[in-house]
Design a protein. Structure first.
Length: 415
């Protein structure tokens, strides 16, 4: 049992999970190369191998479910490549099953032998999985009704998706004995220890393309007074710049419009007016229509913004140097193109060289870590989480953890 805030969360030791059939939710959602469709980073896949290996060593039959991307996005792809990488890290074959709840998947689950594991297809091909609702409602979905009767236990190892109240995360704990997997257990234990309320200043470096999610995170960080400085980059920074009244030029406004982000401007403005400690880049690296790159001030941009600029890197690095805890999530620029990785890599370097403790989250940010960087656990925590990590640090109760707690209360009669 682990304690997270006031919640008791059951772990694997709380049950006799030997030679049983286990449904294991992991999060191997990984960044995808838009051109080749191949995975850019496999650190989440590598991390989950530990829980799978342990369950297989105990002669369990393991049915693995996960998601990848969101319908409509470039990274919404099959989990077939993931199954090969997972097999490599686990050291045993993880068979890919091209189905989630249909007769083929259910038949394969029923016939699964002891010490065998299968990975079902991307759970988000089941449309119910995209709907967020309370656990009671999710426990009545087709996904839960079709799969739960075929297994003895449910284990949730998907810390990185613990902030979503989706059926695969909160529905099963209400109908099956359930526990947190090793990654879930390690993440919440390590982060609860590292992230001390008293340590300040706390610096957050937030970029990436999940703009609406990041606004929610910033609202929570600001409301709970967790952040001393929020250094923005990527599309998040552009949105705040526009909300502040900075003219980024027509082509960049067009990018924001094409991505459906203009409607978020009033929300960003409200965050700024609330006094949230938001920092906005003072310059950017832009790509001109001729293809030429230049470093330009934020109020005189003549091309498409691709990265934060040199002066911003200097200013942000000086803030980072003062931080007691520095949390980074989401790149500062379009890192798919090597020319626009300088901002992200420079801030990662500044964080690692600073005296503060560093928490790195989100697949894109992790993929920018130099392979030769030594991950000393007394200095750096590389989290599997992105949005979930930030909301956890903001003091939010994550729905997947709450559902595991509810399961424990229902099973044991204790609170
Ligand atoms: C993440 O990468 O943050 C998690 O896998 C959750 O993905 P989502 O934001 O598409 O729900």
């Amino acid at each position: 049992m682990i304690k997270v805030a006031d919640l008791n969360i059951p772990v694997i030791e709380d049950f006799d999970i030997n030679g049983r059939k286990v449904l294991l939710r992991i999060d191997i959602n990984s960044p995808v190369d838009r051109k080749t469709g191949k995975l850019l980073d496999d650190s989440r896949i590598k991390a989950h191998a530990e829980t799978i290996r342990e369950l297989l060593d105990k002669q369990n039959s393991v049915v693995i479910i996960s998601h990848q991307g969101r319908p409509g996005d470039d990274d919404f792809i099959s989990l077939e490549e993931h199954s090969k990488i997972l097999s490599k890290y686990v050291g045993r074959e993880i068979e890919f099953v091209d189905d989630v709840i249909g007769p083929y998947a259910r038949e394969r689950i029923s016939k699964l032998g002891k010490g065998e594991a299968i990975l079902l297809e991307n759970v988000r091909i089941v449309s119910e999985e995209l709907i967020e609702a309370p656990p009671q409602q999710q426990s009545k979905t087709f996904l839960v009704k079709k799969l739960a009767p075929l297994v003895d236990f449910y284990i949730n190892d998907a810390f990185a998706t613990a902030h979503r109240s989706q059926p695969s995360l909160v529905g099963f704990p209400l109908v099956k004995p359930s526990a947190a997997g090793r990654i879930m257990e390690k993440e919440v234990s390590a982060l609860s220890k590292i992230f001390n309320k008293e340590d300040s200043p706390k610096i957050f470096v937030l970029g990436g393309s999940k703009v609406s999610d990041t606004l929610k995170i910033i609202e929570h960080l600001a409301k709970n007074r967790v952040a001393d400085r929020i250094l923005t980059g990527g599309l998040v920074a552009e949105l705040f710049a526009v909300a502040k009244g900075i003219n980024l030029g027509k082509p960049n406004m067009q990018v924001l419009e094409n991505k459906g982000l203009l409607s978020l401007i009033p929300r960003a403005r409200k965050i700024l007016l609330s006094g949230a400690p938001i920092e906005i880049p003072v310059d950017f690296t832009v790509e001109k229509p001729s293809g030429e790159l230049s470093n330009e001030p934020e109020n005189n941009v003549s091309g498409i913004i691709k990265d934060i600029g040199n002066t911003t890197i200097e200013i942000y690095s000086s803030f980072i140097k003062e931080g007691k805890v520095i949390t980074l999530r989401g790149p500062m620029g379009v890192i798919e193109d090597e020319r626009f990785r300088i901002g992200t890599k420079s801030l990662l370097k500044a964080s690692i060289e600073s005296p503060g403790y560093v928490i790195i989250g989100g697949g894109h940010m992790i993929s920018m870590l130099d392979k030769d960087v030594e991950i000393n656990p007394n200095k750096i925590h590389v989290s599997t989480g992105g949005g979930a990590l930030l909301l956890f640090l903001a003091g939010d109760k994550l729905p997947a953890l709450e559902a595991l707690h509810m399961s424990w209360v229902m099973q044991s009669g204790k609170s």
